[in-house]
Design a binder for this molecule. Structure first.
Ligand SMILES: NC(=O)c1ccc[n+]([C@@H]2O[C@H](COP(=O)([O-])OP(=O)(O)OC[C@H]3O[C@@H](n4cnc5c(N)ncnc54)[C@H](O)[C@@H]3O)[C@@H](O)[C@H]2O)c1
Ligand SMILES: O=P(O)(O)OC[C@@H](O)[C@@H](O)[C@H](O)[C@H](O)CO
Length: 388
């Protein structure tokens, strides 16, 4: 029988990464989304194209064998599909996980087969599948919790591929970079074994992969985005073309590299090579990735486990250097009232209505007695003072 994957989020990474590799692995993909326009296009178009763009030219793959369901209007259909699926993935954004959990919980509860469903959240966040699992448990009857591992297994992942916002006239087609990395925990599947998806690199300990990815790719990317935005640059490539910003990105990545090397079994030389690859990737001008997309949701990006405060807090605890990361935090705090970005509006409000210390607690989740706390308060105070 054909294998079936249910994928929540028919957006950029959903169509341009997850579905591509599920399709290549022989899965039928059922997209679930709440946006009518995406669902309608997926339902009426039998194929779309994923085009890799780089200095070496372009290469295109055609994706077929998918269906699409709107979970807003057809929840019962989604539950039925999950009850007979092999895999559930999602790429909806970390803040949306709580909204997709109830329908996944119902689908899992309705399962009868001998093999548990594999649930893999593909979001830029540490422990995103654990977070989703927590919400699914909250939406499952108490007397069904103990037997849930018979029906579903949950594996965290680290996912890396730059998929910028797509041109308005591109339809379902996606232009992306060639590079990709998809690491997923293998241990949760136990005796059942993990699903057969060749693009996935199965690992027993995900922490080095997700920390290295989030604190290098995303820290560097977001630093370029916020410095670029504040300097009037349009794209990440344009920001990195500015030697001042490029040097700052390098300085920030030197700080996070010291943490990665110190904490994980990754040598300084290997990390340096990784950093160079990342700088080359995010400088890819064929992608036309806007500073607004990469800087989106600044409150999420300033939160405790995220790309700036996450490594800076660990460095502060270990007596390491974090001054350049504080510069990125300052630039992120200035990403206010950006059109189309609700969090940037909320950020401006939090900064306006709170004392520096209270705003720091609210935005970063740092404890007041954490060694990083006074340093961030100073930065917050500085940004608040400019607005007065
Ligand atoms: N774009 C990238 O380069 C990239 C790379 C790696 C990881 N990611 C991560 O993937 C996730 C998605 O990013 P994206 O760039 O594809 O964003 P996107 O906005 O293009 O796609 C998100 C999709 O989720 C859908 N959605 C929202 N609420 C939903 C709900 N309740 N149920 C079902 N679908 C819902 C949206 O309609 C949209 O189609 C984020 O966590 C992001 O950090 C993105
Ligand atoms: O998706 P976000 O908002 O967490 O971060 C924006 C970009 O840095 C991100 O989407 C990258 O393009 C991606 O993580 C590359 O793998």
């Amino acid at each position: 029988m054909e294998k079936k994957a249910i994928h929540f989020g028919g957006g950029n990474i959903g169509r341009g990464f997850v579905a591509e590799f599920l399709h290549a692995a022989g899965f039928e993909v059922v997209f679930v989304d709440v946006m009518d326009s995406i669902i309608n296009s997926l339902q009426t178009t039998k194929s779309y194209q994923v085009t890799e763009v780089s200095d070496e030219g372009e290469s295109t793959k055609t994706i077929t064998n998918y269906r699409a369901i709107n979970s807003k209007t057809h929840e019962a259909d989604v539950i039925k599909e999950i009850s007979t699926a092999d895999v559930v993935t999602c790429a909806v954004g970390p803040n949306i996980l709580k909204f997709i959990a109830p329908v996944i919980a119902k689908g899992i509860d309705a399962r009868k087969g001998p093999t548990p469903l594999a649930v893999i959240a593909c979001e830029n966040a540490i422990g995103a599948t654990d977070t989703l699992h927590g919400f699914i448990k909250e939406n499952t009857a108490q007397d069904r919790l103990e037997s849930m591992p018979d029906r579903a297994r949950f594996a965290n992942s680290a996912i890396d591929r730059i998929v910028p916002a797509q041109a308005a006239d591109s339809g379902l087609n996606v232009r992306i970079e060639k590079f990709y990395e998809w690491a997923v925990e293998s241990t949760p599947f136990g005796e059942h074994g993990h699903p057969d998806i060749p693009a996935i690199h199965w690992v027993s300990n995900l922490e080095p992969y997700i920390e290295r990815k989030l604190f290098t790719v995303n820290t560097g990317h977001a630093t370029a985005a916020y410095y670029g935005y504040n300097a009037g640059k349009k794209t990440i490539a344009e920001a990195l073309h500015d030697s001042r910003i490029r040097d700052i990105v390098r300085a920030v990545l030197q700080e996070t590299a010291s943490l990665i090397v110190d904490k994980h079994e990754i040598s300084a030389a290997e990390q340096q090579e990784y950093v160079e690859t990342i700088i080359a990737r995010i400088s890819n001008h064929y992608l036309e990735d806007s500073v607004e997309r990469v800087g989106r949701a600044p409150m999420r990006k300033l939160s405790r486990k995220e790309r700036f405060i996450g490594p800076a807090a660990q460095l502060a605890e270990r007596g390491g250097k974090f001054e350049s990361l504080l510069g990125s935090v300052e630039m992120a705090l200035r990403f206010q009232n950006v059109e189309g970005d609700d969090e940037s509006v909320e950020l401006a409000k939090v900064l306006k209505e709170n004392s520096p210390a209270d705003a720091t607690v609210q935005l970063t989740g740092l404890d007041r007695d954490h060694p990083l706390f006074p340093h961030v308060v100073k930065v917050v105070d500085g940004v608040q003072s400019e607005a007065k």
